[in-house]
Design a protein around this ligand. Sequence first.
Ligand SMILES: [Zn+2]
Length: 210
Amino acid sequence: MLQYQIIPVTSYQENCTIVWCDKTNDAAIIDPGGDAELIKKAVEKLGVKIGKILITHGHLDHVGATVELAKHYNVEIIGSGVDDEFLFNSLPEQCMQFGFPYIKPFLPNKWLNEGDTIEIGQLTLNVLHCPGHTPGHMVFICPAEKIAFVGDVLFKNSIGRTDFPRGSYTDLINSITQKLLPLGDDIAFIPGHGPMSTLGDERRHNPYLK
Ligand SMILES: [Zn+2]
């Protein structure tokens, strides 16, 4: 079974999530936005084996601790989509803009594409390209466990901002209504910030989707 622990990090309380397979103890870190020591302590306490780092999109508050943790665990950085390359290259500018300590630009070891799959022990995550908040934003879904990791595409009662560079409101709404919601009302999701919800609750109650 899929297990997870959410660790809110940085002043933006970004939902860094440790995901693991409880049959094999293999784990991945999704969106390590910062506070590397906090994440390391959580991993140590769980006793899981980190095998990869997954990135939904190239915003600073989702990637800030990535390089440090990739070195620490000697693992690859996977995602987001290549259309976010300009964001990884502009990390120092993002730091200045948001008042974060300086972070060197870096690029993932692998870019993801829609339809890719990611193995974590006996778990399989499907990759969906959901542009709008950023052009290369990826969402990870575990259909067997009915859970999705949606980054900053969709939140409980809200949607991702589209006023950042290369954001698109039309693309975001299309990503949500044509890609996420059809996955089914019973899919629970962990957003990039704030509390969890289900696709059904958002389809029925999210004021931005009416
Ligand atoms: Zn973002």
